[in-house]
Design a protein around this ligand. Structure first.
Ligand code: SF4
Length: 282
């Protein structure tokens, strides 16, 4: 399929301002990674300019190999740093965040795939700043691994199905729509606010998006995020379609009618985009 020209509505805001420089400095001095950088998120100018970022823990090497993602991959990640939770908590306090979003690379090379490290990061933030709300965007943990994270009760538990059922092959072969639904269902059954995202423009049909939305709702997901897939580098799968903003609006209306408490649907919407506002709405 030939490359699609980028439409006019996909204009990225350039980085600037004192807040931006402050975020950059705090992250650098605490030696922290962000998914904003590693995944080349188009919202970096806006989010960092507003003084916020999404932390990516457990290193910058992912053990999975999804075809839409620009994060570096290898069979093994970097050794876990036991000081990372403390540095993360320090960054949250220094940046004055009232809502922290943490995600990670996948760590299939670790015995609990990093679930204990996630829990340690949440505990460290809470010990430092009990009023800070914490959202975690986790790998496809189920059962005991998921229990480790649920035990420290994050305010929002996010896990992404990424795309519709038919196109799951763009994810790593170890991921699946059903496995992700199990993660979300188990978390929702424990009373957590759950959230999931799809990237659109990978070749999905509208009815397939509706079907995915229905399945997420049935699994108990309350916050839905729909955004445009943007090819981060030529190494990733091509964009099949640029979805018009009006279509995102229609998905938002349809999602609310299905019973989601919050639907964030826009070309630049990402799981962590305006996460605090999405949680407040939910
Ligand atoms: S949307 Fe999320 S990942 Fe993207 S720049 Fe904002 S905080 Fe970072």
């Amino acid at each position: 399929m030939p490359a699609q020209p980028k439409p006019s509505w996909l204009k990225v805001r350039l980085p600037h301002g004192a807040q931006w420089r402050n975020v950059e400095e705090v992250l650098a001095t605490r030696r922290l990674h962000t998914v904003c950088d590693e995944a080349r998120c188009p919202n970096k100018g806006e989010c960092w300019g507003a003084g916020t970022a999404t932390f990516m823990i457990m290193g910058d090497i992912c053990t999975r190999n999804c075809r839409f993602c620009a994060v570096a991959t290898a069979r093994n990640g970097v050794p876990l740093d036991p000081e990372e939770p403390a540095r993360l908590a320090d960054a949250v306090r220094t940046l004055g965040l009232r809502y922290a979003v943490i995600t990670s690379v996948d760590r299939d090379d670790l015995p609990d795939r990093g679930a204990s490290h996630f829990a340690a990061c949440i505990r460290a933030i809470r010990a430092d700043a009990p009023d800070v709300r914490v959202e975690v965007l986790i790998p496809d943990y189920v059962d005991q691994e998921l229990e480790i994270v649920l035990a420290v009760a994050p305010d929002v538990l996010a896990h992404n199905v990424e795309t519709v059922r038919r196109l799951q092959q763009v994810r790593d072969h170890r991921a699946s729509f059903d496995k992700s639904l199990t993660t979300l269902r188990q978390a929702a059954a424990r009373g957590l606010v759950t959230k999931s995202s799809l990237l659109l423009g990978l070749g999905e049909q509208r009815e397939e998006v509706h079907a995915a939305m229905r399945e997420l709702r049935e699994a108990g997901v309350s916050i839905l995020v729909l955004g445009q897939y943007l090819r981060p580098t030529p190494a990733q799968v091509e964009v099949a379609e640029y979805i018009h903003p009006d279509t995102f609006k229609e998905y938002e209306t349809e999602g609310l009618a299905m019973g989601f408490t919050t639907v964030v649907a826009a070309p630049f919407a990402r799981t962590s985009y305006h996460a605090r506002e999405a949680w407040e709405q939910s």
